[in-house]
Design a protein around this ligand. Structure first.
Ligand SMILES: [Zn+2]
Length: 188
């Protein structure tokens, strides 16, 4: 069990009731077989519009639900604490292992690495471009709420392509377009 899970249990911040899993007071979670996210991604990333749809869905669910509610229930906290809480929740929920490589609060930029992700593990060798679009959307939505401005996210390295890690950059649209012209058109 992760130490994050232990802390949640101790603080009574996670509960499993009949038909309902909740954490951080009133945040409702759904546990589903990993194949759902992997199959859904495999199907939609066949074209650019599907790829962007996966991304937008991940982003919207953070913008309008999860991160917004977490901020509300968790109270005032620093941006770094909130980002750390979000990556702990993602790991706890089984999406993989995450480490921030850089959090630049002044220039609104985040670099993040991910390993052992269920979607990229499943799609390893089956795709010709980075595939973690739902999670990329989670990062973009989370970063937008935390920084209080519109942020986007690009995945430029992916375990599914044989890279040693999945690598994400969250920043403003303008900056990402400049830094990743090739990925930008296909991902944002
Ligand atoms: Zn990836």
């Amino acid at each position: 069990m992760s130490s994050f899970f232990d802390k949640l249990m101790l603080a009574r911040q996670v509960s499993f009731k009949e038909g309902r899993v909740e954490m951080l007071e009133n945040q409702r979670l759904l546990l589903f077989p990993m194949e759902l996210a992997a199959f859904y991604t495999a199907d939609l990333l066949k074209d650019t519009e599907g790829t962007k749809e996966l991304y937008r869905t991940g982003k919207e669910c953070m913008l309008k639900g999860f991160v917004y509610n977490t901020m509300k229930s968790h109270g005032p906290t620093s941006r770094k604490d909130l980002l750390s809480l979000l990556s702990n929740i993602a790991s706890f929920a089984g999406w993989g292992v995450y480490r921030y490589e850089m959090i630049d609060e002044k220039n609104h930029k985040i670099l993040m690495n991910m390993w052992d992700c269920l979607v990229s593990d499943y799609l390893k060798g089956k795709v010709d471009a980075p595939c973690d679009h739902i999670f990329r959307g989670f990062i973009a939505g989370g970063a937008s709420v935390v920084f209080g401005r519109e942020m986007e996210c690009i995945e430029s390295e992916c375990i599914a392509l044989g890279d040693s890690r999945c690598h994400f950059t969250a920043a403003t649209k303008e900056e990402l377009e400049k830094e990743f012209p090739k990925f930008f058109g296909r991902q944002v």
